[in-house]
Design a protein around this ligand. Structure first.
Ligand SMILES: [Mn+2]
Length: 466
C-alpha cells in the first residue's frame, strides 16, 4: 500500500465510531497490522497485506505494528523502527513523527514499548481484532513470550469487537469511496485496453500481462486478486488462472480482473469475442446475462435484500435458459430445485472494500445456506447507502458439473441434455460491475466500461482495425 490519502479527520471518526460500538469500559482492544508471511523453504516473504482492521483505523500499513485502544488512555500506536543493519537491505521505517501526523494517533511509540504497556494491563480484559498472529508469533511484535505477560485474551470480547467493527466498515466513507473510484477507474482502463488489444492466436497469459500493466500505469500497485483470463472452455472455470493456451477466432474470452488502490479493491468482469463479433448463439447467451445484470442493478437500492436480488437473477437466468431450450419446465420450479445453479453456480456478488470479498457480507445471525443454489452467496443483508458490492451474474458450461452422473439423474427432466452435450466447450459468460448504493439507488463505479453487446463489438472492431 502506498501513501494514504485518507484525511486524519476520517480516521478519527472511524476510531470514534469503533470505540463507541465496542463499548469496552475496562480492558484493551488490540488491532495488529500483521507480520510478513514467509514462503516456506526460502528466505523470502509473500507480498504483505496489512490486516484490514488495522489499516482502516490507523491509515497505516507497517508490518509488525499494533494499534491499541484503552478507554482510559485512548488510542496508541506501537510501531517498529528497523535497525541500521537492516537499512542496508531495506527501506528505512517511517519515522514515528510522520506516523503520528498521518494517523492522527497522538501517542506513537516504538514497538519495544508494547510489552511493558501490556504488563500494566494485567487483570484487564484483552480483545484482539483481526488476525491473532500477535499471540502465535509475539516475537514478531517484540514480545519474547506471550505467556510471560500473564494476560488473558477474552475470545468472546474479541469476537464481539471484530463483528461490530466489520459492521461499521460496511458503509464506506467518502475517503474510501474516493479510493474505490480510483481503483474502478484503473480497472476500467485495463479492461478497455484488453478488449481492444486481444487477437486470435494470442495467449491468455499475454492478455493478462497487457491488462495488468495498464492497471499499474493507472496507479495500482498490485492487482486486487489473481486475474482470471479464460479463453473458450477455460472461461467456464470460475477462477481460471491464465495459461499459455492460444485464443481462437469464434470463441469467447472471460476476463475477471481488478486493480487495487490504497488497499481498496475493484472487481470487474467482461466477456468478449476473440474475433470481431459474437456468434448468434453466444449473442443470445450474452444478452441473457446482461439483462439479468441490468435488472439487478436497476433494483439495487437501500432496504432491498441482496439475497432477493440473487434469487431474482436466478429466476431470470432460469427463464432465459428455458426460452433458449436448455432448461425445461416452470422457471420458478427450476429455481426451487436449484436447476439454474448447474449453469449459475455462484452468488450474484459480494461486498467490496479492503478485500475483494470484504468483511461483513452476512448480517449477524444469518448463515450461508447449504443449498446448491445459495451456498456461494457471499452477501446476505439489506442494502444501505455507502455499501459497495459487485453484481456479477454468469452462465457457464462447466464440464465437471454437467457430466456428473448424479446431477444428470437428479435433473434428468429439467435439462435438455442433448443440447448441453453439444455445448460443453462453450465456456462461460460473466458480466461484473462494482456498485455503490446511494440514497435512492445504485451507481456503477465501473460504468465507463461498455457492457452492451454493441459497445463490446465496437471496441473489438476498433482494436482489430487499429
Ligand atoms: Mn467478484
Amino acid at each position: 500500500m502506498t501513501a494514504v490519502p485518507h484525511p486524519v479527520s476520517r480516521l478519527r471518526e472511524r476510531r470514534e465510531r469503533a470505540a463507541r460500538a465496542w463499548n469496552v469500559h475496562r480492558g484493551v482492544v488490540l488491532a495488529p497490522a500483521g507480520l510478513p508471511v514467509p514462503i516456506v523453504g526460502t528466505d523470502l516473504f509473500h507480498d504483505f497485506h496489512a490486516h484490514a482492521e488495522h489499516y482502516y483505523l490507523s491509515g497505516l500499513a507497517h508490518p509488525g505494528a499494533v494499534l491499541a485502544f484503552d478507554p482510559a488512555e485512548g488510542w496508541l500506536l506501537f510501531t517498529p523502527q528497523i535497525s541500521i543493519e537492516e537499512q542496508v537491505w531495506t527501506n528505512a521505517s517511517e519515522p514515528l513523527e510522520s506516523q503520528k501526523e498521518r494517523s492522527g494517533v497522538d501517542r506513537v511509540y516504538e514497538i519495544s514499548e508494547l510489552r511493558s504497556w501490556l504488563e500494566r494491563h494485567r487483570g484487564d480484559a484483552v480483545a484482539v481484532v483481526g488476525n491473532h498472529d500477535l499471540l502465535h508469533n509475539p516475537a514478531g511484535y517484540g514480545i519474547e513470550s506471550w505467556d510471560a505477560l500473564e494476560l488473558d485474551v477474552d475470545e468472546e470480547l474479541s469476537e464481539h469487537c471484530s463483528n461490530v467493527l466489520s459492521e461499521s466498515r460496511r458503509a464506506k466513507d467518502d475517503a474510501e469511496i474516493q479510493a474505490m473510484r480510483a481503483a474502478a477507474d484503473a480497472s476500467v482502463a485495463g479492461h478497455f485496453l484488453g478488449i481492444r488489444h486481444v487477437r486470435p492466436g494470442m495467449t491468455e497469459r499475454q492478455l493478462q500481462i497487457e491488462i495488468e500493466a495498464e492497471f499499474f500505469r493507472n496507479g495500482s500497485p498490485r492487482t486486487a486478486y489473481g486475474s482470471i483470463v479464460g479463453g473458450g472452455p477455460n472461461g467456464a472455470v470460475l477462477h481460471f488462472a491464465p495459461s499459455s493456451r492460444h485464443f481462437a477466432d469464434g470463441e469467447i474470452i472471460l476476463v475477471d480482473a481488478g486493480a487495487e488502490i490504497d488497499g481498496y479493491a475493484s472487481d470487474v468482469s467482461r466477456t468478449f469475442p476473440a474475433g470481431r463479433s459474437f456468434t448468434p448463439h453466444q449473442a443470445d447467451m450474452y444478452d441473457l446475462v446482461l439483462a439479468t445484470q441490468q435488472r439487478a442493478i436497476d433494483n439495487a437500492r437501500p432496504g432491498v435484500e441482496y439475497k432477493d436480488l440473487h434469487l431474482r437473477a436466478a429466476l431470470d437466468i432460469a427463464t432465459g435458459l428455458r426460452d433458449l431450450g436448455i432448461l425445461r419446465g416452470d422457471p420458478e420450479a427450476l429455481v426451487d430445485s436449484d436447476a439454474h445453479a448447474l449453469f449459475f453456480p455462484h452468488g450474484l456478488g459480494h461486498m467490496l472494500g479492503l478485500a475483494t470479498h470484504d468483511a461483513g457480507g452476512c448480517l449477524a445471525g444469518r448463515e450461508p445456506s447449504d443449498r446448491f443454489g445459495l451456498k456461494y452467496l457471499r452477501a446476505d443483508l439489506p442494502l444501505q447507502p455507502g455499501y459497495v458490492l459487485t453484481i456479477e451474474p454468469g452462465i457457464y458450461f462447466i464440464r465437471a458439473l454437467l457430466t456428473d452422473p448424479e446431477r444428470r439423474e437428479k435433473y434428468r427432466d429439467a435439462v435438455n441434455w442433448e443440447r448441453v452435450d453439444s455445448m460443453l466447450d462453450f465456456g462461460g459468460i460473466r458480466i461484473e460491475d462494482d456498485v455503490l448504493i446511494t440514497e435512492d439507488g445504485a451507481e456503477l463505479l465501473s460504468g465507463a466500461l461498455p457492457r452492451d453487446r454493441a459497445g463490446i463489438e465496437e471496441l473489438r472492431r476498433e482494436g482489430l482495425e487499429s
